[in-house]
Design a protein around this ligand. Structure first.
Ligand code: NAD
Length: 294
């Protein structure tokens, strides 16, 4: 194990709760802060020390890790309570999924005050956060990546350097845009195959070893009873919520427009997931979109 360090953890919700617990299990001293009392209670049960403000939590730490809902909150927390309050030697690691522009702005502001900061969004849901099997995509300098690596390794199965600051977020939204579009393509294809008279299991057996094969089909099949166990086998409960997929697609399309990238499939996926969320399916797994494509 890497030597234990003192880490402030900000945002102990569905994802951050399990991540902080894994840092404690790895021997680190974790100083937790969240706005929600229930999150703090769980953090205490998992061995974290809890504090009543970000400013207190970051006192004297070696690193700050955050797992917050969006870019606006990340910006406010770092600008208001972390920068200038954590020791300047502390490495700042934001694991939230936020827009690339805000990630780069917050890191530049931190750097201007002498801090090192990386963006390290994750692939993997609540089960991976609890189980310590997340994949981290890290944006930052090589030296800062090397400092972040052992801390992130305590919470994940893979820690990958994506390039300069902001590139972690870029990798995350590019990956999830591909996932959103490929899930919809998988769903409409299964629905069409059945209408053409193909048995879904037979089509799976053929396509899963043919050129149409993709992760949405062979690891997360949207049809119950076909392929490995997935949220489809559990009434589309658990898994990756439609609302979170929609959040990532919005970030992806916004980033595409900012750099003039053509993303017709990404835009269509965003519109279809928006309609699915508007129909009251924001809380169900994103593969439930198959129900609208029958
Ligand atoms: P969540 O809403 O469960 O947790 C967010 C936590 O942040 C809450 O406990 C909230 O009280 C706290 N918080 C909000 N504002 C705060 C502030 N100013 N100071 C301190 N705490 C504050 O969300 P989550 O599902 O844990 O997601 C966190 C991040 O991880 C998001 O950016 C999300 O997009 C990303 N993510 C989520 C999943 C998933 O499957 N849930 C997967 C990958 C990435």
């Amino acid at each position: 194990m890497e030597s234990a360090v003192k880490i402030a953890f900000i945002g102990l919700g569905n994802m951050g709760g399990g991540m902080a617990a894994n840092l404690v299990k790895a021997g680190h001293e974790v100083r937790a802060f969240d706005l929600a009392e229930a999150a703090l209670e769980r953090a205490r049960e998992n061995g974290c020390a809890t504090f009543t403000s970000v400013k207190e939590a970051v006192e004297g730490v070696d690193a700050v890790v955050s797992m917050l809902p969006n870019g606006k909150i990340v910006d406010a927390v770092y600008a208001g309570d972390v920068i200038g309050h954590a020791p300047v030697s502390a490495l700042l690691i934001d694991c939230s999924t936020i827009d690339v522009a805000t990630a780069r702005k917050v890191a530049a502001e931190a750097e201007a005050k002498g801090y090192a900061m990386v963006d390290a969004p994750v692939s993997g849901g609540i089960a991976a956060a609890n189980g310590g099997t997340l994949t981290f995509m890290v944006g930052g300098s090589g030296a800062d990546f090397a400092r972040a690596q052992p801390i992130l390794a305590a919470m994940g199965k893979a820690v990958i350097h994506a390039g300069a600051v902001g590139n972690g977020q870029a990798a995350k939204i590019c990956n999830n845009m591909l996932l959103g579009a490929s899930m919809i393509a998988t769903c409409e294809t299964f629905a069409m195959a059945q209408k053409l008279g193909l048995d879904p299991q037979t089509f799976y057996d053929i396509s899963s070893v043919s050129s149409g094969q993709c992760w949405s089909m062979t690891s997360y099949c949207p049809l119950p009873g076909v392929g490995p166990t997935s949220p489809a086998d559990n009434g589309y409960q658990g898994g990756f919520a439609t609302a979170l997929m929609l959040k990532d697609l919005k970030l992806a399309v916004e980033a595409a427009h900012a750099v003039g990238a053509q993303v017709p499939m990404g835009e269509r996926a965003e519109a279809l997931y928006q309609a699915h969320a508007d129909a009251g399916q924001g809380g169900t797994d994103f593969s439930s979109i198959i129900k609208t494509l029958g």
